[in-house]
Structure formats: structure tokens, C-alpha cells
Design a protein around this ligand. Structure first.
Ligand code: NDP
Length: 276
């Protein structure tokens, strides 16, 4: 029987996960079926139970179910435990459902693909929501010199810095406190780009060779990417590679094969450009 996989979310129509995983499967000669399923907001557990009871092998989980998936998993990877959220569920050979979070490692792998050095760098992260929580452990595992988290609601940045402080030098700051600081890498992990907004960044936070990364992606550069361009960033990227990277890591969790991400990123980039 063909192995069954799916992505659960609400909304789900926009999801690129089926396209990405079909490409991975084709590329690596794996026989699997990957569907997308719209799940009612209060029905995650029931739908996930049904999916696995019917022999499903693995799920991706997106907004708003990553915390439900965290509770649903019977065993957690370390990075999922740290993130407090799960985007990948896998039925293991022993019948135990494993919960993992591959978002952060997806971003780190994308930065490696882009040839961005993380070790010894000064990194600024804007935002302190679910996505930032997910990227902190994989990012700190790369041994940056310093990670500063700046957030509109300062208490959330403080809470995250405290939660991860045993893994490296992580500090919380308000946007005002960034005046006078310089960074090698700035990551926009806010959802401000969704509403064409820009976090209130001081003008001169970028080092001469700074790299800027927006977790969001689209057919056009985000406001943050335009800001980066205007302020002399040496390299700028959006989160499309992270999306494909998190999928590749989920595919690895399920199939123990690392798919090629570059052709899939290229294909999605072309599709986005055609939508312009
Ligand atoms: P959350 O809702 O959990 O967090 C949103 C964060 O953005 C909070 O820190 C919030 O600050 C901040 N924020 C929102 N609006 C503004 C604004 N106008 N100015 C300043 N700060 C603002 O969202 P997520 O963490 O889940 O997602 C964040 C982004 O990451 C989204 O754009 C999402 O699309 C993207 N993402 C991309 C992925 C990929 O694979 N490429 C994967 C996951 C997420 P406050 O705490 O003060 O409210």
C-alpha cells in the first residue's frame, strides 16, 4: 500500500507542502501520497487520531495547530520540546507517534545553502512569537557570538531569552535599546510584513557585510527586505528556502532520505514570479 502523508491546517488552501513533498518523492523514487486537509479549529485531535488509525505515516501541521500537535505527540525530539510546538508528526515502527519541529533547522539549512556564516556572528532577531521560538535552538547550535531578541511586547522577548539562555548568549532588548548596536545578521521573525509593516528599527544596525532574512516570502520583496536593501545589506533573502528546508527535514524524519532542496526552491520561485 502507498504510504499516506498529509498537512493539517486552517486555512490550508494556500499550502505548498503537497507540491514540495511530491517533488521530493519523485526525485528520490519514494512511493507516497501527500494530501492537504482542512481541519476545524476544535477537531485537530480527532482528525489526527483518525489519520493514524487508518495507517497514516506522517503529518505536517501548520497554523493554528502546532501547539495541539505538541500535546498530541507521544514522544518529542529535543528541538520540539524547546520550541513548545510541533510541525511534524511521524508514526514510528514501534507504534509511538513522534513530534518534531523542523522549522528552525529548515531556516539554518537555508542559510547554509546561501553560504551565510553563523558561527561567531552577532545576530538580531525581530519578534518573539511561535516562529522565533522554533528557530532559537537550531540557531544557537551554530555557535553565534550573540543573539539579541527585540520585540514590540518586551516581556515576550525576555521570556524567550530566559528560556534559551543555557544554550548561548541570548539577550532581550526593546527596539529603542538597539540604538548604537551593530549586527552581522538580522532575521525578521515578526508577522509585520504580512500587513506591509516594518518593526521600528534604528537606521544603523547593519554591519557592512550584514545579511538580512525575512521568514515571510512572497512574489515581491517584503518591506523588511526593501529596508535592508536601502540600508546597505550585503545579502538579503526571504523565507521560501526555509519553507522548503523544513519540509526536507520532515521528509528526512519520515523517509530517512535527504531530498535536494534547490530544484524545489527554484520551481516555487518560478511559480511565485508567474503570479505577479
Ligand atoms: P506569531 O503571531 O506567533 O508572532 C508574531 C510576532 O510578530 C510577535 O512577536 C509580534 O509582536 C510581532 N509583530 C506583529 N506585528 C508587528 C508589527 N506591526 N510591528 C512589530 N512587531 C510585530 O507569528 P509566527 O511567529 O507564527 O510567524 C511570524 C512570521 O514568520 C510570519 O510572517 C510567518 O508567515 C513566518 N513564518 C515563516 C515560516 C517559513 O517556513 N518561511 C515558518 C513559520 C513562520 P508582539 O509580541 O508584540 O505581538
Amino acid at each position: 500500500m502507498t504510504d499516506q502523508y498529509a498537512v493539517f491546517g486552517n486555512p490550508i488552501n494556500h499550502s505548498k507542502s503537497p507540491t514540495i513533498h511530491r517533488q521530493f518523492a519523485e526525485q528520490s523514487g519514494q512511493n507516497l501520497h501527500y494530501a492537504k486537509q482542512l481541519v476545524a479549529v476544535d477537531e485537530f485531535v480527532k482528525c489526527a487520531q483518525d489519520f493514524f488509525a487508518q495507517g497514516g505515516k506522517g503529518l505536517n501541521v501548520t497554523v493554528p495547530f502546532k501547539i495541539d500537535a505538541f500535546s498530541f505527540a507521544q514522544q518529542l525530539t529535543q528541538r520540539a520540546q524547546r520550541a513548545g510546538a510541533v510541525n511534524t508528526l511521524a508514526m514510528q515502527n514501534d507504534g509511538v507517534i513522534l513530534g518534531d519541529n523542523t522549522d528552525g533547522i529548515g531556516m539554518v539549512h537555508d542559510m547554509h545553502n546561501l553560504d551565510w556564516e553563523l558561527e561567531g556572528k552577532r545576530i538580531l532577531i525581530l519578534g518573539a512569537g511561535g516562529a522565533v521560538r522554533g528557530i532559537l535552538q537550531p540557531l544557537l547550535a551554530e555557535h553565534p557570538e550573540l543573539v539579541v531578541i527585540a520585540n514590540r511586547t518586551f516581556s515576550k522577548a525576555e521570556e524567550l531569552a530566559a528560556h534559551f539562555h543555557d544554550l548561548g548568549d541570548v539577550r532581550a532588548k526593546t527596539f529603542e535599546q538597539l540604538h548604537g548596536d551593530k549586527f552581522d545578521i538580522v532575521i525578521n521573525g515578526t508577522s509585520a510584513s504580512l500587513s506591509n509593516d516594518l518593526p521600528p528599527l534604528p537606521d544603523n544596525v547593519l554591519n557592512q557585510t550584514a545579511c538580512c532574512y525575512d521568514l515571510m516570502y512572497g512574489s515581491e520583496p517584503t518591506v523588511f527586505m526593501k529596508w535592508a536593501q536601502q540600508h546597505g545589506a550585503a545579502k538579503i533573502a526571504d523565507g521560501l528556502g526555509m519553507l522548503v528546508g523544513q519540509a526536507a527535514e520532515a521528509f528526512y524524519v519520515w523517509r530517512h532520505i535527504r531530498p535536494e532542496v534547490v530544484p524545489v526552491i527554484t520551481m516555487l520561485r518560478r511559480q511565485l514570479a508567474e503570479k505577479k
